[in-house]
Design a protein around this ligand. Sequence first.
Ligand code: NAD
Length: 285
Amino acid sequence: MTDQDMKIVVVGAGGRMGRMLVAEIAATEGCTLSGATDAPGSPLLGQDPGLLAGSGATGVQITDDPAPPIATADAVIDFTAPKATVDHARLCAQAGAALIVGTTGLDHGQEEALYLAARHVPVIYAANYSVGITLLTNLVEKAAATLRDDYDIEVLEMHHRHKVDAPSGTALALGKAAARGRQVNHDAVKQAVRDGHPGVRPRGEIGYATLRGGDVVGEHEVIFAAEGERLILGHKASARRVFAAGAIRATLWTHGKHPAVYDMNDVLGLKSDEAETIQDAERHG
Ligand code: NAD
């Protein structure tokens, strides 16, 4: 550890992703764990997150009060739950700490809290921090722009039995990329529930199917189905480490960046001005 190291707080450090992040920080040069939190009432309070993660003692204790560690942090990594993420966004804006959000399932109001914080600090918001999914999202947008709407788009995802939101944030991000490619409003064509007698599939719909079970880390397929052929673009994550590595890369990237909301396309240098314009237009309705 040196004085130049980026000081990072991991909120939700006792969670599946939190532990991965703590271990990844220990394995990465240029950053150090300066604080760790978990939910009030968690049995992990007071413990050393490095020992929990199996990466060695850090000298940090898990606390349930995020304000003191965030006040002295350069960056905060948040893979927790939507309500907690909103609180952390406010604290980061006050403290001048960059915020890296992996939490999924935020509603529009909760997302707005991230945009408010991004007036003061850099915020990275990505439904999936893996490099593979970031590339897949770009490929899906391109495929949707090329294929006409006689290709029905369906997004299929499977995750472990503990996941609480559906469809997954990544599935929604893939569906939104397809909608951008087609230049349609995602929310107007999204179909996440089919049960009973939904009738004939409307042309232009973007459908979702959600599978849950076992310990599946994350699998996604985007299917473009026409009469006579199907194009299937997919990704399988077999270890959570890919998300943690991507999140740490994103965290280090925030150094010196101006306040705004960024995503993994920015971090990996893949963003086109055109995509940015469409995303901004979508956000403002
Ligand atoms: P988890 O349940 O194992 O961990 C969440 C942790 O957050 C728990 O330890 C919980 O106690 C803690 N927490 C809840 N409220 C808190 C609060 N107020 N303050 C501090 N800590 C709090 O879940 P997980 O599998 O690690 O996933 C967490 C989130 O990250 C989910 O939304 C999941 O969908 C998302 N996720 C995103 C990516 C990505 O690449 N963006 C990858 C994996 C998971």
